[in-house]
Write a protein that binds this ligand. Structure first.
Ligand code: ADP
Ligand code: SF4
Length: 705
């Protein structure tokens, strides 16, 4: 199909200093959990975006020196010749598809702990970074940089920029954002220096300007020099010379970089979950930049709609449409718009499972795109899948995320697929969960698959069909896939995390009961040790219905795991706003006489809470009874060659696990045994040691400039 002319503007080339991006689609730097120990995975992952039409494809954060060591978080390095070769794999791959390659050179300053290099972290004035996220916490406080350290920083940046050019990058970054070293210079709270690098905004900007200048000198006219900067905090700071200190900074540096890459300051606001922030949430902070510079501006906003993108450009907010998450959920987003297939875009749902992968120090995962990170390792392509190996027919029982993804991918392979769903509507858990506060956007998991399935004549979906083992034996398919999901249990645990049996009773509920329309009377206690979204979302939901709600958890925070998905700070705000009383580090030990008994997790101290309805959001168990029944009747299977559980029916998890499980089944059905294995990546050239330059710990004052 032809491209809609309304979107032509998105495909205009954009000059960025000495290089030209072929269009306005810009895959911004983002952490993807792929360090230099996974160079082939990393290259293929970024190559897929280039193949999908992005005009620029950037690396993740790349350390310029061992004094910027984020271990155990997965960061890349550009410290030696082997690192150059490692990154060159990516630039070659990206260039093969006509895209530019960008590299985010990075120094973490006082926000890193240098756990493996054991070098004291650097910061403008020795002020430590306060981490509220356990993965970032450490006991190492930074040293205040002296003049020698500042000169060293400039040397490291210049040297890394030269290496970046050698590795084939087209756009080389200076990164002054997210609490990292140059950003620490920009804020007076961290920067109390009394020399030329502290005090006035002009002085605080100096290091950023010098970093840009040494980068330009290093790369010459071969590469563009980009500045990535966080403006949220600066925008809130008053200035005598401009509407805010952010304006002042941008005015001072306006024409110095070739490209402005603008963003917010902390991961929960910059990479905000859709549960709490709409698309385009950066605009109120960054919208002024383009008015102060003639250089192109790129920014993000979880943009998936081409109309919104066109609006950003026509309204003069951005020149280039930046994307991290939308490029993960659909690496082929630009190609689809170009080919008039916008309805095929697999839209990011804003769940932030991708960012949680980085917090987990593993390669990126995505709820919507099961192929992400598997491009090289398993040879999975987001848009291509091998044709069916046989003429087998497949029965998929259950149309939740696992069943739908499985049916779609099997259908694309050409199998005859029958899907039976007990409920009157497809969607599984999404049918209820998307009705909870903030979760409507997650319906894209269902909407996209429904839209794609409607176009496959070889996939037939039967709603309102609850199948029994007898039904399945009678249908005579070659393969049976059990995707019947899971249910929430009433199981409780001891302080030592040992299961202590179920708490039954007429007023004890689970999320399934609420989904089924159970009448919940207040006061309500929601007891959450699932630790993800369900407990807090239900508490908020019930409070909004007018119930008095207490939220109890043995963890230290509400939705404790959701720190990984950037949701936790806003979960607390949402519960507070909804009037939900919070009881952390507390376990429910009993429920009778209109009260629940609580025990403090560590001290055992007991209290009681008034409660008419107790909702337990804890363990889940697989709905695998069909599988058990069929396994017991294996003599009767006749034409049925296999019966396989997928998704929650196999092992209850998040939606991302269900989608992946369904996809994997579809890829591996009748596949060559080689396709079942995966490749383990290895770093390039690391069999030989390299010597890292450094200077002695001894502070020789005579050598100070
Ligand atoms: P997953 O996340 O693994 O996809 P879900 O719980 O979201 O699991 O979806 C499971 C789906 O399976 C639900 O829509 C449920 O109605 C359906 N289901 C469960 N048992 C049967 C059955 N016996 N026959 C048909 N559909 C079933
Ligand atoms: Fe979007 Fe979720 Fe995928 Fe991240 S994991 S790209 S937020 S759909």
């Amino acid at each position: 199909m032809a491209r809609n002319p309304r979107y032509d503007i998105l495909f205009e080339p954009v000059r960025i200093g000495p290089v030209v991006a072929r269009n306005r689609f810009y895959a911004v730097p983002h952490a993807a959990g792929m360090t230099n120990s996974m160079p082939h995975m990393r290259a293929k992952f970024r190559e897929t975006k280039a193949e999908g039409g992005w005009g620029v494809v950037c690396s993740g954060y790349v350390s310029i020196d061992p004094s910027s060591d984020d271990a155990p978080l997965p960061f890349a390095t550009l410290w030696d010749e082997d690192d150059i070769r490692s990154h060159a794999l990516m630039t070659e791959a990206v260039h093969r598809h006509g895209a530019l390659a960008g590299i985010e050179l990075w120094h973490g300053g006082g926000s890193v702990m240098n756990r493996s290099s054991r070098i004291p972290p650097l910061s403008p004035s020795g002020t430590s970074w306060m981490a509220t996220h356990v993965n970032f916490m450490g006991n190492q406080r930074p040293q205040a940089m002296d003049t020698r350290d500042i000169r060293a920083l400039l040397t490291w940046q210049a040297e890394a920029a030269r290496k970046a050019r050698s590795a084939g990058f087209d756009i080389v970054y200076v990164y002054a954002g997210m609490g990292y070293l140059p950003y620490e210079f920009l804020l007076s709270d961290w920067n109390q220096r009394t020399d030329a690098y502290g005090g006035s905004v002009r002085n605080r900007v100096r290091i950023v300007q010098e970093l840009l200048e040494v980068t330009r000198a290093a790369v010459g006219d071969r590469c563009a020099v980009a500045l990535r900067i966080s403006l949220e905090e600066l925008r809130s700071r008053p200035s005598d010379a401009a509407p805010s200190q952010a304006h002042e900074v941008v005015e001072l540096l306006a024409e110095v970089p070739d490209l402005w890459d603008v963003k917010l300051d902390s991961s929960p606001t910059d990479c905000a979950p859709s549960r709490f922030a709409p698309e385009g949430s950066h605009e109120p902070i960054i919208e002024f930049v383009r008015k102060l510079t003639r250089k192109p501006v790129v920014g993000v906003g979880r943009f998936t709609s081409p109309d919104t993108m066109v609006g950003q450009i026509k309204r003069g907010v951005l020149d280039l449409i930046g994307a991290a998450r939308p490029s993960i959920a659909d690496p082929f987003l630009p190609r689809k718009i170009d080919e008039g297939r916008e309805q095929d875009i697999r839209e990011c749902i804003g769940c932030n499972i991708c960012i949680s992968s980085w917090h987990d120090s593993v390669p990126v995962r995505c709820t919507q795109n099961p192929t992400i990170g598997e491009e090289w390792r398993r040879g999975w392509h987001p848009e291509r899948i091998a044709p069916a190996g046989t003429t087998a027919s497949v029965l998929v029982v259950g149309a939740g995320p696992a069943g739908l993804e499985c049916a779609l991918s099997l259908g694309r392979r050409g199998y005859e697929v029958t899907v039976a769903e007990a409920a009157d509507e497809i969607g599984g858990r999404l049918r209820f969960e998307t009705r909870l506060p903030g979760l409507a956007g997650w319906g894209r998991v269902l909407d996209w698959r429904r839209g794609q399935l409607e176009r496959l004549p070889n996939v037939n979906i039967y709603r309102g069909n609850r199948l029994t083992a007898d039904d399945i034996l009678g249908l005579g398919n070659t393969h049976v896939v059990i995707a019947t999901g899971s249910r929430w249990a009433r199981l409780l645990y001891s302080a030592l995390e040992i299961p202590v049996g179920s708490l039954e009773g007429p007023d004890v509920f689970t999320p399934d009961d609420i989904a089924d329309g159970a009448r919940i009377e207040g006061p309500v206690v929601v007891y959450d040790f699932d630790n993800y979204y369900m407990g807090s979302a239900l508490a908020e939901h019930l409070a909004r219905l007018g119930q008095a709600v207490s939220y109890v958890t043995p963890a230290g925070h509400a939705s404790a795991w959701a720190i990984m998905s950037n949701e936790q700070p806003q979960v607390h705000r949402a519960l507070f706003a909804a009037g939900v009383a919070l009881h952390t580090l507390s376990r429910v030990t009993g429920f009778e006489g209109g009260e629940v008994a609580l025990a403090k997790q560590f001290t055992g101290a007991s209290t009681r809470l008034a409660c008419k309805s107790l909702v337990i959001v804890g363990a889940r168990v697989a709905n695998d009874s069909l599988h058990t029944a069929l396994s017991a009747r294996s003599q009767e299977l006749a034409t049925i060659q296999s019966v396989t559980r997928i998704g929650d029916a196999l092992a209850p998890g998040a939606i991302v696990h269900a989608v992946y499980s369904g996809h994997r089944y579809a890829r591996e059905l009748d596949a060559d045994p080689a396709a079942l294995s995966y490749r383990r990546d290895a770093p390039l050239g690391r069999e030989r040691a390299t010597v890292m330059p450094g200077f002695a710990a001894n502070e020789d004052l005579e050598k100070l400039p």
